[in-house]
Design a protein around this ligand. Structure first.
Ligand SMILES: CC(=O)N[C@H]1[C@@H](OP(=O)(O)OP(=O)(O)OC[C@H]2O[C@@H](n3ccc(=O)[nH]c3=O)[C@H](O)[C@@H]2O)O[C@H](CO)[C@H](O)[C@@H]1O
Length: 482
């Protein structure tokens, strides 16, 4: 036995043994190379949060502030035609209407100017291919004239604002219902004013990527006509990087992960056999390299692998949408009308903002929606207009934390519903008791009335008896006297 163990150990621990090779490869990859290369990758498990998060967040804010200033300069130095000239004589139906929904935010970042300047520049670069695209500003600030950036942009772009159409929101609305109503307003106005084939509704902190129009063109001409995409309710052009991991399980992602392992497993094991001068790979070797590549892609970050798809529009993924966030949403006109109807019937609140509301329609109404990967816009708005955050960071929450919070919110909602049901039951019981008491009182009154009636009847009977007696007496007296 001892001899056999020593023999096995000798065989496995030789420098030339595959076991030692694979062990060394695993230790060097996951213990040395990947941590060294990826410690500054924001969306990697190897990211050193405690070292880098604060300085990187500060750097991002400074850079973004500068980009805001550049955007201001871009529009200030531009020869501005007036908005109607810029939009041309718009009697024709645009293929794509880009609507930017905006409120007044921190002045120093000029978020909406950043978004508008990028779209404007990219449209010009795209030239004749984007002739049938239009831009619209949707100002949902409660006091539209106080939105300074929009005042500057309105000289170049057509604009609608909530207040001017006489549909100013009710000030007692909760913030998330107001946000939804603003969204509904902008989508509705986009359809009314331009009647486009597609509406791209972007938030005022979603800066487009350079290739957005070439990818959209490819999607319009080659992909959206596919039967399974034709009736989609919406296409998301952005999903937060922190939620793009394989461990945020989505059926398509799991398939993609397995596919990656099944492709890289055989390829890497063949490469290993070739390098080590060995005969063809065994199943064990293929399985090892499949797991190795799957683990590496998850730990380095799926987000970085997705970036490779930017090489060509045809490589972009269009997969079923997942829940969070609406910085850039593409609606085909017919779907936009359906979404408007659905959204009007929902009421938003904390924990059920418009993104969750839209996602809830998929199951509730049997609709489909998709997300395009990688992202076609960048989210730059570190200061939210909806949630207070005085010290924003590039990574707000870990995945698990985000999920936990969502679960907590859902549990709270359930508890609230249970409490509501209990209260309803209590109320019902109270009502029943009240009704019972009322009926008892009614019955009591009836009995009282009957008792009184009986008493009265008895009294009357007695009196009648007395009278009869008196009469008989009188008659007897009469008889005696006669
Ligand atoms: C990057 C990201 O995850 N962003 C999401 C997050 O937004 P944020 O919390 O990042 O809020 P934000 O300031 O980016 O606002 C989102 C959008 O709502 C608009 N706005 C704001 C105030 C208002 O009264 N009316 C109004 O329409 C605003 O112009 C912007 O276009 O949560 C929202 C839902 O609550 C959406 O899902 C956003 O996509």
């Amino acid at each position: 036995m001892l001899h056999r163990a020593r023999h096995l150990c000798g065989k496995w621990c030789r420098w030339s043994s595959p076991f030692i090779h694979l062990l060394t490869l695993t230790v060097v990859t996951f213990g040395v190379l990947a941590p060294l290369i990826c410690h500054r990758f924001l969306h990697s498990y190897f990211y050193l949060r405690h070292w880098h998060l604060n300085p990187m967040s500060r750097e991002f804010l400074e850079l973004n502030q500068q980009e805001g200033q550049d955007a201001l300069h871009y529009f200030e130095t531009m020869q501005m035609p007036n908005a109607s000239e810029a939009s041309g004589s718009d009697t024709f139906q645009p293929l794509l209407l880009i609507t930017i929904i905006t409120v007044q935010r921190r002045n120093d970042f000029h978020y909406v100017l950043q978004v508008a300047s990028h779209f404007h520049r990219l449209l010009q670069k795209c030239g004749a291919r984007c002739q049938s695209h239009r831009m619209l500003l949707c100002n949902v600030e409660s006091d539209p004239s106080s939105h300074q950036d929009v005042r500057l942009l309105s000289r170049l772009f057509p604009m609608v604002s909530r207040d001017r159409t006489g549909k100013n929101p009710d000030p007692s609305l909760n913030q998330f219902e107001k946000e939804k109503q603003d969204y509904v307003f902008c989508l509705e106005q986009s359809l009314l004013v331009y009647n486009p084939e597609y509406v791209l509704l972007v938030e005022d902190d979603a800066v487009p990527e350079e290739e957005i129009f070439s990818v959209l063109q490819h999607l319009f001409s080659a992909r959206f006509s596919k039967p399974y995409l034709r009736d989609a309710l919406y296409f998301k052009l952005y999903h937060p990087e922190r939620l793009q991991r394989y461990f945020n399980p989505e059926p398509m992602r799991i398939l993609e992960w397995l596919g990656l392992g099944m492709f890289l497993g055989p390829v890497l094991s063949c490469a290993y056999c070739w390098a080590a001068g060995r005969a063809g790979p065994s199943w064990c070797l293929v399985a090892f390299f499949a797991l190795y590549s799957m683990a590496l892609s998850e730990l380095v970050g799926r987000h970085y692998g997705l970036e490779l798809r930017r090489l060509h529009p045809a490589l972009y993924n269009v997969v079923p949408a997942s829940e969070c966030c609406t910085p850039a949403m593409l609606f085909p006109a017919a779907s936009a009308r359906r979404a408007l109807g659905y959204l009007r019937g929902l009421r938003c609140r904390r924990g059920f903002a418009k993104d969750t509301a839209l996602y809830s329609l998929l199951r509730g109404k049997g609709e489909n929606a998709f997300v395009v990967e990688p992202n076609l816009v960048r989210h730059v708005g570190m200061y939210s207009s909806l949630r207070l955050n005085s010290d924003p960071k590039l990574l707000k929450k870990w995945d698990r934390q985000w999920k936990k919070e969502k679960e907590k919110e859902k549990e709270k909602e359930k508890e609230k519903e249970k409490e509501k049901e209990k209260e309803k039951e209590k109320e019902e019981r109270k009502e029943e008791r009240k009704k019972g008491r009322k009926e008892e009182r009614k019955k009591g009154r009836k009995e009282e009335r009957e008792r009184k009636k009986e008493k009265k009847e008895k009294k009357e009977k007695k009196e009648r008896k007395k009278e009869r007696k008196k009469e008989r007496k009188k008659e007897r007296k009469k008889a005696v006297s006669s």
